[in-house]
Design a protein around this ligand. Structure first.
Ligand SMILES: NC(=O)c1ccc[n+]([C@@H]2O[C@H](COP(=O)([O-])OP(=O)(O)OC[C@H]3O[C@@H](n4cnc5c(N)ncnc54)[C@H](O)[C@@H]3O)[C@@H](O)[C@H]2O)c1
Length: 330
């Protein structure tokens, strides 16, 4: 099986090369730095499968081009698949596989790191100390111990975040259509309104769907405590950025930690340090002293990359052998 990998970096080679060389997986990999889109789709012609990441364009026209080039399988080396047109994939006979739950702790730990970086002004403090400014003005934070966390979406990552918050000595509220039985006795499920009204820390862990798009908007922000810390490590589209910026201007939120933001595609994972930014939202957000932004790195631990590589190759092998596809998305 020949797999064309799009949007790869050095760290992808490191974890996938070892497995590709293993006869157990029996496949050849062609690494491309170019990301998958309508212009680059033809680069996969002659391959059997394509491997793509969160920022790939897997819309209908792109999938159509892949199918015409003989691609029968799309291996997403990530958990989320909101960028894949599943109806089109079905229409063009492309099987879509993903890596669910490669390391929920990696993402949850980053969510808490963002919460604390925003709450305790860690980035600001670092810059001050670098400038020999040892004054504490502007760095006042709040204890998390004894406060209330609100976890929106209690799947794998939300559950890991709930456990971390519990470990901090927080009361943990949760909102999800489905109760996670592993969290029994650890969280109290409430309606979203109650969670938003009560929580000191709100952390988003549900997928981006038409239902969850802009779930944090002007109206729901109004419900939240002025002193709340808001964290999003899920997908940028969960938050209406304009409404968030307006709220920050009105001095809402003690802290906001974002690993994802709307329209990050075209910018995420790229180096623009000597160039012009495509998305003006980041500099606006970064202008607020209580906002911390990272660029979709919550997954980025050694444990997670190793796990992503193994499960992706297992997905490819199962597809090639016609075995049961446990990680198929339809
Ligand atoms: N920043 C990163 O690096 C990174 C890495 C991996 C995943 N993610 C994001 O994290 C999300 C969660 O991942 P996961 O592995 O925990 O997924 P999961 O499928 O295990 O859990 C998602 C949970 O959200 C719930 N949910 C769905 N719709 C909801 C709604 N309207 N309101 C409340 N809850 C709802 C589901 O019932 C489920 O329990 C992914 O969809 C992905 O977007 C981000």
């Amino acid at each position: 099986m020949k797999i064309i990998f799009y949007g790869t970096r050095e760290y992808d080679h490191y974890y996938f090369d070892v497995l590709a060389a293993d006869p157990e997986y029996g496949c050849g990999i062609k690494f491309l730095t170019a990301n998958l889109d309508a212009d680059t789709a033809t680069l996969a012609h002659g391959g059997d499968a394509v491997c793509a990441f969160v920022n790939a364009d897997c819309s209908a026209p792109v999938l159509e081009k892949l199918a015409h080039g003989g691609i029968r399988c799309l291996l997403m080396r990530c958990a989320g698949y909101n960028n894949v047109d599943l109806a089109a994939a079905k229409q063009y006979g492309i099987t879509v596989l993903r890596v669910p739950g490669y390391s929920p702790e990696a993402v949850a730990e980053h969510a808490m790191a963002l919460a604390q970086a925003a709450n305790r002004r860690i980035c600001k403090a670092y810059i001050k100390v670098r400038n020999n400014n040892f004054a504490l003005d502007g760095l006042l934070g709040s204890n998390l111990y004894g406060s209330t966390a609100g976890i929106v979406g209690t799947g794998r990552i939300g559950a890991a975040m709930a456990r971390i918050c519990h470990g901090y000595g927080m009361t943990v509220l949760a909102y999800d259509q489905y109760k996670n039985p592993t969290l029994e006795g650890l969280v109290r499920y409430v309606e979203l309104d109650e969670l938003l009204r009560t929580a000191d820390l709100v952390s988003l862990h549900c997928p981006l769907t038409s239902e969850t798009h802009h779930m944090i908007n002007a109206d729901t922000i109004k419900m939240m405590r002025d002193s709340a810390v808001l964290v999003n490590t899920s997908r940028g589209g969960l938050i209406d950025t304009r409404a968030l910026i307006d709220a920050l201007r009105a001095r809402k939120f003690a802290g906001v930690g974002l690993d994802v933001y709307e329209d990050e595609n075209g910018q995420v994972f790229e180096d623009f340090s000597d160039d012009v930014l495509k998305n003006e939202v980041v500099p606006i957000l970064m202008s607020f002293p209580n906002v911390v932004v990272t660029s979709h790195q919550a997954f980025f631990t050694r444990t997670a990359l190793q796990s992503i590589a193994i499960v992706t190759m297992e997905n490819a092998r199962a597809f090639a052998r016609g075995e049961k596809l446990v990680n198929e998305v339809k």
